[in-house]
Design a protein around this ligand. Structure first.
Ligand code: TRP
Length: 357
């Protein structure tokens, strides 16, 4: 009997460091929840990392780390296809082909490009569209600093990751929605230019419910890699306790039922993710009647985080020690991912007129 057509899901993480609690709740844990019902493909975007990372040893180590972290979080290579981007040479070839239909103007207007290019050039502050210093420096200006072409074509490469698998659903964070929009535009443009129906237009995967927000420890916004702001899945309990105890708070509520400052609200959000409802209620009540002691809240939060991360950390250690297993996972994954990639690339070459004589 024919199976109903399953949605093809694809997502990637750049191997620029270890994964943290934000990656776990925001991505990995959700990937695990959907891997049974869909055709899931999760990969390590090492070619993308090359746009900003230049230390070969660190890059190589981080590819392994991210793989181990994917697996330790519960992504199952029997259910999902797990692979390393550079193991699929078809991606690099399609990147060349697709670039012929991508405008340098649209790439230069991408927000992520402007941000990262400004960092490369050592320009500080927010970018704005009329920034002449930026425009001047980016074409060489009077400086010997460079913005690499790979950074400019980052969206092409990302579109290729998605389109080469003909993925239809792409779970990404808010900061990646513009890249996904470009991917749709490139797909549409290619299809209409050659009068074909080769690429489906991918959309963000809707997990239902409100997006999970994982705040950092330094009182501001979301958990990111900056020092003291994030808890890595591989942090040991001592490190976790130290980081949590140093988290930003305020002077404490002075009147019953006062509104919460952002740093304190952030700690409650983390507690909600990692603890039980009665513990959360206990501390909320204590905040409301001004009896709360942030030290107690932090101690509790640290222990709850340790309880979540310890089994993951143990698995990461085991997996990293088993090179044979890691190699098998990526070999099998690459085989599956390449099969589909090779089909798409062959169709694309044919369509574009790159054909054997
Ligand atoms: N650009 C993504 C990020 O930085 C990583 C990525 C690369 C990706 N290729 C992708 C995500 C394809 C989804 C699909 O987070």
């Amino acid at each position: 009997m024919e199976q109903p057509k399953r949605e093809i899901i694809l997502s990637g993480i750049r191997p620029t460091g270890n994964l943290h609690l934000g990656n776990f709740y925001g991505a990995l844990r959700k990937f695990v929840q959907i891997q049974d019902a869909h055709d899931c493909n999760f990969f390590v975007a090492d070619l993308h990392a090359l746009t900003t990372a230049t230390d070969p040893e660190a890059l190589h180590a981080n590819v392994k780390n991210v793989l181990a972290e994917y697996l330790a979080a519960g992504i199952d290579p029997e259910k999902a296809t797990i692979f390393v981007q550079s193991d699929i040479p078809e991606i690099s070839e399609m990147y060349l082909l697709l670039n012929m239909h991508v405008g340098i103007g649209e790439l230069m207007r991408t927000a992520a490009f402007k941000d990262k290019a400004r960092k490369c050039l050592g320009l500080s502050g927010e970018c704005d569209d009329s920034d002449e210093a930026f425009e001047h420096q980016i074409i060489g200006g009077d400086t010997n600093k460079r913005v690499c072409a790979g950074l400019l074509t980052y969206p092409t490469l990302m579109a290729v990751d998605i389109l080469i698998q003909k993925a239809t659903k792409v779970p990404v964070g808010k900061d990646q929605l513009q890249h996904l929009e470009l991917t749709r535009r490139f797909a549409r443009r290619f299809n209409s230019f050659y009068h074909v129906d080769l690429f489906p237009e991918p959309t963000d995967f809707d997990f239902g419910g409100a997006p999970v927000k994982v705040p950092g420890l330094n009182g501001s916004g979301k958990m990111g890699k900056s020092e003291g702001n994030c808890i890595y899945l591989i942090d040991d309990p001592k490190v976790i306790r130290k980081k949590v105890m140093r988290a930003t708070t305020d002077e404490g509520p002075k009147e019953p039922n006062s509104p919460m400052s952002e740093p304190v609200a952030n700690l409650f959000t983390l507690l909600e993710l990692t603890s039980t409802p009665d513990v959360v209620k206990h501390f909320r009540d204590a905040y409301a009647d001004c009896s709360i002691r942030y030290g107690d809240l932090k101690k509790q939060l640290a222990e709850d985080i340790v309880a979540v991360t310890t089994p993951i950390r143990d698995r990461i250690t085991d997996i990293l020690a088993n090179e044979e297993y890691l190699r098998k996972v990526v070999r099998d994954g690459a085989e599956r991912a390449r099969a589909r990639a090779a089909d798409t690339l062959a169709e694309m070459r044919q369509i574009m007129g790159i054909r054997p004589l």
